[in-house]
Every structure is written in C-alpha cells, then in structure tokens.
Ligand binder design. Sequence first.
Ligand code: SAM
Length: 441
Amino acid sequence: MQWKALALAIEALSWIELKRINERLALRKTAKQLDIRDEAILRQAFRLIMEVTRRRNALDHLAAQALDQESLEDLNLGVRSFLRIYISEVKYGDITFKEVVKMAELAREILGSRELSTVEEALDLIPHLDIQLEGFSDDEATALRTFHPAWFVRYCRELLGREEALRLLQVPDLPTYIRINSLKGAEGEILESLRREGVELEGDSGLEHAFRVVNQTCPLNLLRTYREGLFTVQDKASVLAGLVVAPEPGMTVLDVCAAPGIKTGHLSQLMGNQGLILSLDFSERRLKIWKREMGRLGVENAVPIRGDARKPGAFPDVKADLVLVDPPCTGTGTFNRVPSGKWRLSRRSINKMMSIQRRILDNCAEHVREGGSIVYCTCSITAEENERVIQDFLQVHSEFKLIKAKPRIGLPGLMGQAEAQRLYPHIHRCNGFYIVKLARS
Ligand SMILES: C[S@@+](CC[C@H](N)C(=O)[O-])C[C@H]1O[C@@H](n2cnc3c(N)ncnc32)[C@H](O)[C@@H]1O
C-alpha cells in the first residue's frame, strides 16, 4: 500500500462521514485538495474507500469489540477512518502480516504516533477477533453478515419475504454496462474501435445499444472512444428507461430531473437529434455536467432548464408528447455501486422522498398532451417511492392509465401493478429499478 493512497482514503472517508457525500465525490475533493493525480494511487484509494463503506456496520462492530475504554465515536475522525480501513483490510482483505505492519507504520506517519496511540492496542487485537453475534435478532445478525442497516434488512424481508430478501442483500458485484452512442457513428464501427482499445463486451443485456463490459485494460473514461463520445457508461436499467419512453424524431420530450443527462443522451439518440428535449433539473452543479456530457455525446436537440420541479411555475409552458420523470429517490437499488448510501438513509427517508416524488409527478400531469404519456422511474426498490406514488397519482388523475410498455425485461410491479416493471440486482444483474408508463387519454 502506498502512503498517498492511504492518506487519500483516510481523508476521503472522513469527508464522507462529515459531509454525507458519496465515495466518488469525496475522492475527487480529496485528490484535488492533496493534489494527487496518479491514476494507480487514485484507484488504490478508491478500492480502500469502497471496501470500508460497503461493510461499515461490521467494521464498527469489530472496532467496538477491540476498543477497550474508548468508543469509536470518541476517536478523532482521521483515526476512526484509519481504524475502519485497517479492520477492513485485516479481516476481509487479502493481506500479509508484513503488509499489516507496514499499514500501521504508514498511519503513524500520516496521523502522528500520538494520535494513533489511542488505538494501538486495538490494532494488535483485531487480527485475532471474530465478529460476535450472540444476543442479536435474526434481522440484526443478517444486517451484520450482509453489511446493511438492520432497518433495511427488516424492510426487504417484509417486502419480498425472507429468502428473496437474503438473495437481494447478498448480491455480488454487478457488471458495468455501456451504451453505444449511434449519434457519433455506426454501432459496428464503434464496437470495433472499443475492441482495439482493449474493451471486451458482451451483447447479452437484452436491450438495444447496451453492452456488458467483460474486460477492460484501463478506466473507461480514459479511452479515446470515451473522450470522443462514442459511448457512455449507463446501467442496463437506465437504458431500459429510454427504450420505454421510445421517443421518435421530431417529438417534444419533457425530461424532468434530467441531470447529469445520462438518459437525455439516450433520448436524443433515439430521436436522431431531431425534435426537442426540455431537460429540467434544480442542481446547478449537475446541470454543468449535463452540458459537458451533451457536448461530448453530440446532442444538439436538448435544452437545459434550471428549476425546482416541486413548484408548478418551474415548468416550461409546453404540452409534450412524452414526459420522462426520473425524480430523486433513496437509491436503495444502487447500494452495490454506492455503498455509502446505505448509511445515510433511515426508514424515515423513504416517506420523505415519496412526498417529493408525488409533488414532482403531479406537476408533470398538465404538461402532457392528450394521447401522450409519462414514464416514471426510480432506482429504488421500495414500494412507497414506486407503486404507492403511482397509485396515489392515478387516484387523482383519472385521465391517465397504466400501460404495458415494451421492452419487458423486468418482473411485474407489486400491489397488482402488472404493467409496471421491477428490476432487481440479484436477478437482473443491474441496479434495482422500477419503471412504469402512464398514458393520457
Ligand atoms: C435520479 S437523478 C436523475 C438522473 C438523470 N435523469 C440521468 O439520467 O442522468 C435525480 C435528479 O433530480 C434532481 N432533483 C432533485 N430534486 C429536484 C427538484 N425538486 N427539482 C428538479 N430537480 C431535482 C437532482 O439534481 C438529480 O439530478
């Protein structure tokens, strides 16, 4: 392990805890602050960070067992972050005794011997500890074994039943998917360029333009084909959204909660850059990325609009043929890719999100022309943010009805919503996702 990678990981983990931000953002901020650009070091630090955020509850449980007088919360933030990395590497990593000693030495250099003295005894103890589960309920023990908050384990058990919930909670790493951007060339030629750059792909996603990455020789965003916008990294579930919207050249599409524009790029591709996409989002930072991405992908028919979709006045004065609503959600379907999300949420966050989603969807109703439709999707698996939002919407808006849209690769929705689709990480090997199409009469 390198000094810089460990220093970066300690600092980034402290940011994640302090500012409640995700792994990628924390690494970007820290790398900028410490002026570290070396790709190999960044990759090493990212792995350390992800391993810690993935298993945080079990690491903290082991830390509590190892710390005698001190409690984890009383430790200085840097020491706490290092202790988590140390436990993660020693208990769950593939690391030799020599490397363990070296890691502790590096931490003394980075944090100071005095700071680290509070946990020196714990460092010696940790290799000999096993996680103690006595006295825990079934849900609490499952939470520690599968590295999820106990409330979420309970939630999944109640939603899906114990066996299915366990399969969901134990899902291994998910593949990366890309979408070939036919706005920039013929698919066959782009695939050939990617092959020449060492990217091996499998076309088994079941969806047009979406490919699973089987092998790559360097990070995808460093490839020439990426810089030139010939493809974009996009989860299979997200590609499904664009295909269900199914816009045609010349149509007007309202793209609500649009940044950073992964789905906007796809809509534009399906429209052959013809017609108009109005992309509404309230985050200035994310809209900046949206603009950069549209430039990279060669999108010419989309316009950004900054506004709060909870407010009716933020919407452009339009009756669109199609509306895509991709509102903020709890992201319970993406814990595999963004594990820090698990620890930011509480059971209450689900209901808070549901009320935002209801307001946003409600505001969209009057911006669809007669005969048009709304596609609503989230990367959450909860029923509140999905079937419940739709059920409530349909009760108020009798001019809309659920329709079965193609392509269908998911399972039917819950609560009798056979027209909706649900994707699950353990079944469909992609983000957990819900999608439904509502047609206006
Ligand atoms: C799931 S992400 C959208 C992803 C995007 N559709 C894509 O494919 O790249 C949700 C987005 O909603 C935006 N958002 C959250 N609350 C909002 C609000 N009240 N009004 C408008 N946008 C909002 C966030 O800034 C975020 O970009």
